[in-house]
Design a protein around this ligand. Sequence first.
Ligand code: PLP
Length: 373
Amino acid sequence: MRVPILDTKRQYETIGKEVEEKVVEVLRSGSYILGQNNKALEEDFAKYCDCKHAVALNSGTDALHLALRALDIGAGDEVITVAFTFVATTEAIGIVGAKPVFVDIDPNTFNIDVDKIESLITPQTKAILPVHLYGQPCDMDKIMDIAKRHNLYVIEDCCQAVGATYKGKKVGSFGDVGCYSFYPTKNLGTMGDGGMAVTNSEYLKNRMIALRNHGGAIRYYHDEIGVNSRLDEIQAAILRVKLPYIDKWNKQRRENAYRYNELFAKYPEIETPKELDDTYCVYHQYTIKIENRDEVHKLLAENGVGAMIYYPVPLHLQKVHEYLNVKEGSLPVTEENTKLVMSLPMFPELTEEEQKYVVETVIKCLNQTKAAV
Ligand SMILES: *Cc1c(COP(=O)(O)O)cnc(C)c1O
């Protein structure tokens, strides 16, 4: 059997006809940029995210980048974030000329360790940028409390967490701006690139609308240096087809996650994911901790199981961040977990039979690595 980490084709089989109709409609309409689909998607997505406004953009990276720009964060400023994330999180901070300051993570949730934030705040700190990694919400009450007391902005990286909630409220609706990605592998993925910034601030909405379209609200009048980061109408139309399904898909992901938990229950050598109380985790990834991780990963590939390592090198040890001079050993929990984590096949259409095969194969491969030593 072969079980891929993600199979986008299976989802296409269920919605392809609807998508094709809507795409053809766009093609025939002659309106390809900032049209009706953008507007409708922004309205629906804002509502879905418990926010007043949404600004459609070209990517999740640009959502982060333009959120920082809209908040006037730039050279000389510091943004507190994690090193246990995808590089786009800190790339956005670097693009605006600010400096990422890394906090260690909580080993249970893989998210920002809220008890370690305050000691890193300096007069230069402007914002906290938590990442809801793998679809798991961060402890937003604590983060918002710290931000309020120190007068800091909060930008939420929700790129892996469409539909996740904390105490009944969608992630992205707590901070100043919530940033989403519709990259095809995300839990709400389109068929190209796409992103969205959500906010309750009309001012920030208008800033981001101007920034995404060459820095001006009125065509051919430019107030500041912007970018070209518009979502095209084809992607917006596809996302409008997909958005009504996201709750169902997230529910299926959760069912699959709990089935994995059950199947792994008799194998204490596998650490399965935990959830914070009062959160709705959407399992963008199902990530276990396992010893001999790299050998197991290699054997799994040979046995047809598409596991992935998110992410093999923490950001403070990447070449791009050498200039920050953050030494190895300074984020011990991040570094340790980087060596242990492995994400298993996870998508709504995954079958029980496939999950059983994945679990059996993980255990078989782990035992093989132990026998080898
Ligand atoms: C995917 C991702 C991004 C970037 O999104 P793009 O749409 O690919 O630019 C940012 N942060 C995290 C945590 C992501 O997973």
